[in-house]
Design a binder for this molecule. Structure first.
Ligand code: DC
Length: 205
């Protein structure tokens, strides 16, 4: 079986994760949530580790920790993600994953632009600030976390600015990416758009 990479980039809480999982299930592709790599490094740094060292020594167990989705870890992940040494240490693993036989879906910020510019399908999934913050707020509340919508929105804006403003591999739309704006879309419709795009490309390769 040959390689076939689906790169899904976009800001936080736009729907990348849900779309990636659905697409991976549908086509039998392996899925890597690359944000989890940066979260795991951020977590280790909060525990006192050096960022670049932690990135070089990441193990599967680090990605299974149950505490990687907290606001504190989100902030730490965005901070370590601005460090070129951290990004370099995580790049080779992501590239190998992207080109594995049988197909792969990677979601993140720089997959279509830096990690895998040769990806067969590139999607950029986005939504308005308020919609994304509302989704994240409800997710955090569902987990029993005490927070306000305003706090979530402010945190998200700070993280977006950091992710889009950094010098190395900033969040950006690849020139050849298909943009899916999920602000007014149901999740089924957004998954349907992604599936249709992948099927279109699969017919042509
Ligand atoms: O997708 P996420 O919210 O779990 O990502 C956490 C942080 O990691 C995000 O603020 C930016 C960073 N990240 C990145 O710089 N590049 C990626 N490919 C994925 C995530």
């Amino acid at each position: 079986m040959t390689a076939f990479t689906v790169a899904i980039d976009g800001p936080a809480a736009a729907g990348k994760g849900t779309i990636s999982k659905a697409v991976a299930d549908r086509f039998g592709f392996a899925h890597l949530d690359t944000g989890l790599l940066y979260r795991a490094v951020g977590r280790r740094v909060l525990d006192g580790a050096d960022a670049v060292e932690a990135a070089g020594q990441l193990e599967a167990d680090d990605l299974d920790r149950g505490d990687l989705r907290t606001p504190e870890v989100s902030r730490a992940a965005s901070r370590v993600a601005a460090d070129p040494g951290v990004r370099a240490a995580l790049a080779a693993f992501q590239r190998r994953f992207a080109r594995r036989a049988g197909g792969a879906v990677l979601d993140g910020r720089d997959i279509g632009t830096v990690i895998c510019p040769e990806a067969e399908v590139k999607l950029f999934v986005t939504a308005s600030d308020e919609t994304r913050a509302r989704r994240r707020f409800e997710e955090l509340r569902g987990k029993g976390l005490e927070t306000s919508f305003e706090t979530v929105l402010a945190d998200q804006r700070a993280r977006d600015a950091q992710d889009a403003g950094r010098a190395d591999a900033p969040l950006a739309v690849a020139g050849d990416a298909v943009v899916i704006d999920t602000t007014e879309m149901t999740i089924e419709a957004a998954v349907g758009r992604a599936v249709a795009e992948i099927e279109r490309v699969r017919r042509s390769v």
